[in-house]
Design a protein around this ligand. Structure first.
Ligand code: GTR
Length: 339
């Protein structure tokens, strides 16, 4: 009996002590886990361009600054090369919070917030400086404010130069030469209207599919800036390019409003400040890369048709100001009048 009682006591003590030990351990664990959870934030940023491209370098600069200014607490993982999907589908995922951030051209984004179309009208800006005076000022701020209604938080503006037409078939010297050509455009209504206004037939398509579509003749041409024309290797299959500079389409890093609203005001500030700095870094790098791309393309035997004047192209696309201008007349005038 005595022995049995002793065993029972010993077992009960062992059980109590193991319970206490366990619970205190698990309390410790859960406390440190929840601290950990509160502290560590991992965000995913998607970019359609490949590693090494100027936008991806700027994304990584953004990630570096965020990590540095949060003492390693906030990490931005950069996914280049469209690993998380094509631009339009990534924007959708950012909208419902499945992806936190995307660096994107505003062309596909304008499908979500129509007001952005006004920022990419053909021949709108006098030059890069004019464009950034608009975007870095009150107009850019208003645009970002409006984006919140579509569940996006605008963080910064990137440069993407101006876009030119290129094709597999022939030299294009005037809009008429584009007649009958099937030209790939971004998934954007305005880009389709622009190509139609010039007499060509637009085919919207994801960026990743353009190379093989050019190669197989599904399309005859496309349009883009110098750096993308080089990095996508489109020049290998479409070697006729014309310097018509039909539009300057700014680019952005945007965050999902769902992610943004979960962050503390301090963390929001860390992210916003880092993005603005990364934007300035990107713009400097852009100038260098754009020039280098042009030179490399010349060396690679691309046939560049340099227009002395693009006034014929300008005349043809004026109709877009009628269509889009009605709704955004004030905004467009404000842009034009920005000194
Ligand atoms: C590039 C832009 C990309 C993508 C691409 C395209 O100039 O940087 O974000 O929009 O054009 O034509 O799809």
């Amino acid at each position: 009996m005595k022995l049995k009682k002793l065993i029972t006591i010993i077992m009960s003590l062992a059980l109590i002590s193991s319970f206490l030990g366990c619970s205190s351990k698990s309390t410790n664990n859960s406390t440190s886990n929840s601290n950990q959870e509160q502290k560590q934030i991992v965000l995913r940023l998607s970019d359609t361009h490949p590693d090494g491209f100027v936008t991806v370098r700027a994304d990584k600069e953004f990630a570096r600054l965020v990590e540095e200014n949060s003492n390693g607490r906030i990490k931005v993982e950069v996914y280049p090369g469209g690993q998380l999907g094509d631009e339009k589908s990534v924007i959708e995922q950012v909208q419902f919070g499945a992806i936190d951030l995307v660096r994107t051209s505003i062309s596909p984004l304008a499908e979500f917030d129509k007001e952005l179309s006004a920022l990419m009208l053909p021949y709108l800006y006098r030059d890069t400086e004019h464009m950034f005076r608009v975007l870095d000022g009150a107009i850019g701020e208003k645009i970002f404010k409006n984006l919140e209604n579509y569940k996006f938080e605008g963080l910064c503006w990137f440069d993407a130069g101006s876009r030119n037409f290129y094709n597999t078939k022939k030299e294009v010297k005037k809009p008429d030469d584009l007649k009958g050509l099937k030209i790939r455009v971004q998934e954007s209504k305005m880009m389709m209207d622009l190509v139609k206004a010039l007499g060509a037939s637009p085919t919207p398509m994801a960026y990743s599919e353009v190379y093989s579509a050019l190669q197989t003749g599904v399309i005859d041409g496309a349009e883009n800036n110098w750096a993308s024309y080089l990095s996508s290797n489109h020049f290998e299959v479409a070697k006729y390019i014309t310097t018509d500079e039909h539009t300057r389409v700014p680019e952005v890093i945007i965050m999902s409003k769902i992610t943004w609203d979960k962050l503390s005001a301090d963390d929001q500030k860390i992210i916003k400040d880092a993005a603005v700095k990364a934007g300035l870094y990107q713009r400097q790098e852009w100038q260098k890369d754009e020039e280098a791309a042009k030179n490399q393309l010349k060396d690679k035997g691309v046939k560049i048709t340099t227009l002395e004047s693009n006034s014929e192209f300008q005349d043809k696309v004026k109709v877009l100001y009628d269509e889009y201008g009605k709704e955004y007349k004030d905004l467009i005038n404000e842009i034009i009048n920005t000194k």
